[in-house]
Design a binder for this molecule. Structure first.
Ligand SMILES: C[S@@+](CC[C@H](N)C(=O)[O-])C[C@H]1O[C@@H](n2cnc3c(N)ncnc32)[C@H](O)[C@@H]1O
Length: 401
């Protein structure tokens, strides 16, 4: 894959969408949506739940609108990367204690990739938390891992767990407490030769710093998966190409990139829609009927809040008088409110697809930075989307390793 061409194509595609990405669709009200989005929304608002599911999961639509079809095929093209095959390694029972399916799959995939790199002697696990990954990578192997994290509590939990259940692995892991940055020098490491640097779901800048650390340290291999892009305070656009003419994303766009690409089931989507119908109708009521322009977050709700009448929800979360009960229910059921909520929900789905494009931009930029420094680099979808949607991995091998 030509990373520079991919980054440039993503940039050209995404720039006209930055307005839609800037804040969530509801918060743009009453500013009208872009004309093409209005057109697509009007067509999509009447399609079945199955079709919407197909749309968000597989970027396909049976609606023959040419503009929408072009949009979807472009999104698919810009966000496709080769998928890693299912790894051979199966997590043994002794490492499988209190590990959920998502984590098990992630550990199995990364260990399988690590096993393909025969010469790995030392692992530097950055943001390694309680050491699940480090322990998986050293298990039954003559390897040693440095497991770095700034959270002492996680590390203590890891030490207690490993010393109790897998003492052999515990002897092969050193927990290093440090607030990691790109300039961190690890005096505990004598040599970076035959080192594998790994980072699994390093939040925001931690992954950028991991990539730069790999480059500066002279380590041999890198396996890096990011997350929490909203915590990137400007630490992207690191490749020379992006430094010159990179795209700058809003905090909301970065946030979207960190939570998009879920593979929904019908029931997930139905739950999501019922939450949004109430939330969006309340917003409309507060804005159009009560004339509010400032909205505070309604905070945590439970699913039960969406199984009651709209008025119960609105009275509870917007502190409205119970005398408004009938008016609120009538407002919710009115055709104009129903159309507004459905259209906003559908526009959200279009925006959600753009989240993955933003994520691909950030990941491609990191990969390009490494390629510009002479490494062999690949971006792959390392985890199954259904289990772990933050699944883009940058793999790098230092030239000559
Ligand atoms: C999302 S968790 C991932 C933990 C582990 N890699 C996993 O996948 O289970 C991110 C970890 O990075 C650590 N972390 C975040 N920023 C860090 C920094 N600047 N230096 C060291 N650790 C950091 C957090 O404490 C947390 O344990």
């Amino acid at each position: 894959m030509n990373l520079e061409e991919r980054l440039q194509s993503i940039k050209e595609f995404i720039e006209p969408w930055l307005g839609l990405l800037e804040v969530e669709v509801l918060k743009q009200y009453p500013r009208p949506l872009p004309i093409n989005v209005q057109e697509w929304v009007e067509e999509l608002q009447n399609v079945s739940m199955e079709e919407l599911l197909n749309f968000i999961n597989h970027k396909k639509s049976s609606i023959p609108n040419k503009g929408l079809q072009e949009f979807l095929s472009k999104v698919s093209k810009l966000t496709s990367f080769e998928s890693a095959s299912k790894g051979r390694y199966k997590l043994p029972q002794h490492l499988n204690r209190r590990v959920d399916l998502k984590k098990k799959h992630e550990l199995e995939q990364i260990r399988s990739l690590c096993d393909e790199l025969n010469a790995v002697k030392t692992i530097v696990d950055i943001g390694g938390g309680a050491g699940h990954l480090s322990s998986t990578l050293v298990d039954e192997k003559a390897r040693f891992a440095y497991c770095l994290d700034r959270n002492e509590k996680f590390q203590k939990q890891g030490e207690d767990r490993l010393s109790k259940w897998t003492p052999n692995n515990f002897e092969k892991i050193k927990f290093v407490n440090c607030d990691f940055s790109e300039n961190t020098t690890l005096t505990c490491l004598n040599t970076y030769e035959d080192n594998l640097v790994v980072g699994l779901h390093g939040c925001g800048e931690l992954t950028t710093n991991t990539v730069k650390f790999f480059q500066n340290s002279g380590s041999s291999w890198l396996l890096s998966v990011g997350c929490c892009y909203q915590n990137l305070n400007g630490q992207y656009n690191i490749s020379s190409y992006a430094k010159k003419s990179g795209v700058v994303f809003s905090k909301n766009a970065l946030h979207l990139a960190a939570r998009c690409h879920t593979l929904y089931s019908i029931s997930d989507l139905e739950k999501k829609f019922s939450v949004r119908r109430f939330r969006y109708a309340l917003h409309l009521y507060l804005h159009d009927v009560l004339g509010k322009t400032e909205f505070k977050s309604i905070g945590n709700t439970s699913l039960a809040d969406y199984e009651v009448e709209f008025s119960d929800y609105a009275i509870k979360y917007a502190d409205l008088g119970s005398d408004l009960k009938d008016e609120l229910n009538k407002f919710f059921m009115s055709e104009s409110t129903q159309v507004f909520t459905q259209q906003t929900i559908v526009a959200d789905l279009i925006r959600e697809l753009l989240g993955r494009v933003v994520e691909c931009y950030i990941v491609t930029d990191r990969a390009l930075y490494l390629a510009e420094h002479g490494n062999e680099v690949e971006v792959i979808e390392v985890f199954e989307r259904q289990l772990s949607p933050r699944n883009l991995m940058v793999m790098a091998t230092r030239n000559g390793s």
